[in-house]
Ligand binder design. Structure first.
Ligand SMILES: C[S@@+](CC[C@H](N)C(=O)[O-])C[C@H]1O[C@@H](n2cnc3c(N)ncnc32)[C@H](O)[C@@H]1O
Length: 215
């Protein structure tokens, strides 16, 4: 196992995180033991963060001690890998769907660094009393107003940002490249773009945008 970022490992072209809950799986991922430690395979077809890493991410904003606000946590697939990485940090996992939330709550029972929050990410005032300031906002919400939701949360909670853009949720009739350019222009008005990465072939018509606050 070679460590490529804090808490992120690779072997034979595949990604892994060190399982903080040995023996437990979240989405049917492979568990492998190396040198007495258990690693969970991180599937880039099921997690856009894994896809961004495999597509050449240069700098990883999520670290061992990071406080993270995760918007659109669903049933915890990516959040669980982030919880393997941010072992000394905390993940506030916001999800609007009660069905997905009930799965996420099961994950949080085993992974104590994830705090589940049933809320609408377009209303950050509804969870600001729980969250406070964070180091990183990670957003993966397939909604038309995904950029507006991201900006609103970045302005309220600060930190660096990771936005997973799904072009087809913004406009099905426009070519994805045009949508990505438009999104980047909107983001650039407010923040500095550090990296932008196309996620194909893992996630078609998706782009990961990594931003930091402008000084
Ligand atoms: C593409 S899925 C997220 C997958 C997840 N990030 C992962 O990698 O494991 C998008 C999620 O966003 C949630 N969602 C959509 N609109 C939302 C909103 N306004 N606030 C919070 N969650 C929302 C959906 O219910 C869905 O679970």
């Amino acid at each position: 196992m070679e460590q490529i970022f804090e808490g992120v490992y690779t072997e034979k072209g595949k990604l892994y995180t060190l399982n903080i809950a040995p023996g437990s799986r979240v989405y049917g991922e492979h568990l492998i033991s190396v040198g007495g430690k258990e690693y969970r395979s991180w599937n880039p077809y099921k997690s856009k963060m894994a896809a961004a890493i495999l597509r050449g991410l240069r700098e990883m904003p999520i670290r061992k001690g990071s406080r993270i606000l995760y918007l659109g946590a669903a049933n915890g697939t990516t959040a669980s890998h982030i919880s393997d990485i941010a072992t000394d940090g905390i993940i506030y996992a916001v999800e609007i769907s009660p069905r997905a939330m009930s799965d996420l709550v099961q994950v949080c029972k085993i992974r104590k660094n994830i705090i589940p929050i049933l809320a609408d990410a377009s209303k950050p005032e509804s969870y600001e009393i729980i969250v406070g300031e964070v180091d990183v906002i990670y957003q993966d919400i397939s909604q038309r107003d995904q950029v507006g939701i991201f900006i609103k949360n970045m302005e309220r909670f600060g930190g660096e940002g990771i936005l997973m853009v799904k072009a087809r949720s913004i406009d099905v009739s426009m070519p994805p490249k045009k949508i990505f350019d438009k999104v980047k222009r909107e983001i650039k008005n407010k923040f500095e773009i550090k990296e932008s990465i196309y996620l194909s072939p893992y996630s078609k018509d998706h782009m990961a945008i990594f931003v930091k606050p402008t000084l």
